[in-house]
Design a protein around this ligand. Structure first.
Ligand SMILES: Nc1ncnc2c1ncn2[C@@H]1O[C@H](COP(=O)(O)OP(=O)(O)OP(=O)(O)O)[C@@H](O)[C@H]1O
Ligand SMILES: [Mg+2]
Length: 248
């Protein structure tokens, strides 16, 4: 006899979100859901509010209305970034590089575990990450400045994993990378998703982003205009024309 399936709680649920900076709203009523081990790619023109969605989830934008829940628990608006990372299990790889070039690969990784009080736990986490990513292990004592762009992006992702997040927010993972490095970054993200991590990403490289993610979401002027599978979004004539070139 088959077991009745337990209803699955979305990892991330955003309802009626109005958020911005100071008093002004950038997002005007956003609803989004992301399941466990699911990926969703936000696309849209510059200034549409894509990064602001990630900022709002991580507590870096001001929430004026609506709720953001993780595994069914609403996030308190006043939770700081450290609590979001530790308690709520949210990690954020920002649009701009946040690697410390003069610090070694290992020191950069250790910064990802800054909330860990226990030195043994911190060491263990660093070793687990280095076991997972031999490319970083080989360079662990070198300054991060010596890494290629793709390796640096990998280091940023690896550092975000130090606190064993349940939800990864990642803004423009492919920006500034050569095509081979872009492929490697998306392979890394695929590996994490296979392990159950939910991934909310923003990607200017719409073709790559939609090919990677389970679903895509077009954001324009702080509102969701279309949401669907990558194939559905790619088939939309407006998206094809604006983001993928006429031949798409
Ligand atoms: N820290 C901030 N303080 C005030 N306004 C901001 C801040 N960050 C973004 N904005 C404004 O919010 C709006 C949306 O910006 P956001 O960065 O979310 O867009 P985006 O879709 O990520 O754009 P891009 O593709 O250029 O990265 C813009 O008008 C921007 O000027
Ligand atoms: Mg942005």
């Amino acid at each position: 006899m088959t077991q009745p399936r337990a209803p699955t709680m979305p990892r991330l649920q955003i309802d009626g979100l109005h958020a911005g900076y100071g008093r002004s709203d950038v997002l005007h009523g956003i609803d989004l859901q992301l399941g466990v081990g699911e990926s969703l790619c936000l696309i849209g023109p510059n200034g549409a509010g894509k990064s602001t969605v990630l900022n709002a989830v991580f507590g870096l934008a001001d929430i004026h209305a609506g709720t953001i829940s993780i595994d069914g628990l609403p996030l308190q608006r006043r939770l700081g970034a450290a609590e979001r990372l530790g308690r709520a299990g949210i990690a954020y790889v920002l649009q701009d590089s946040s690697i410390f070039p003069d610090l070694s690969v290992e020191q950069n990784l250790r910064l990802g575990g800054y909330l860990m009080r226990d030195a043994a736990q911190l060491r263990q986490s660093v070793e687990a990450i280095l076991d997972r990513y031999p490319k970083l292990a080989q360079r662990r004592f070198e300054p991060a400045a010596a890494l290629s762009g793709g390796e640096r992006r990998l280091l940023e992702i690896a550092r975000a994993l130090m606190m064993k997040p349940r939800l990864l927010l990642i803004d423009e993972p492919s920006i500034g990378l050569e095509p081979r490095a872009v492929t490697q970054v998306f392979e890394t993200l695929h590996g994490l998703q296979r392990d159950g991590l939910a991934i909310l990403l923003v990607e200017q490289n719409v073709r790559q982003g939609l090919a990677f993610a389970d679903r895509g979401c077009l954001l324009v002027d702080g509102q969701v205009v279309k949401i669907g599978s990558g194939a559905e979004l790619r088939a939309d004539p407006a998206i094809g024309r604006i983001f993928l070139g006429a031949a798409a």
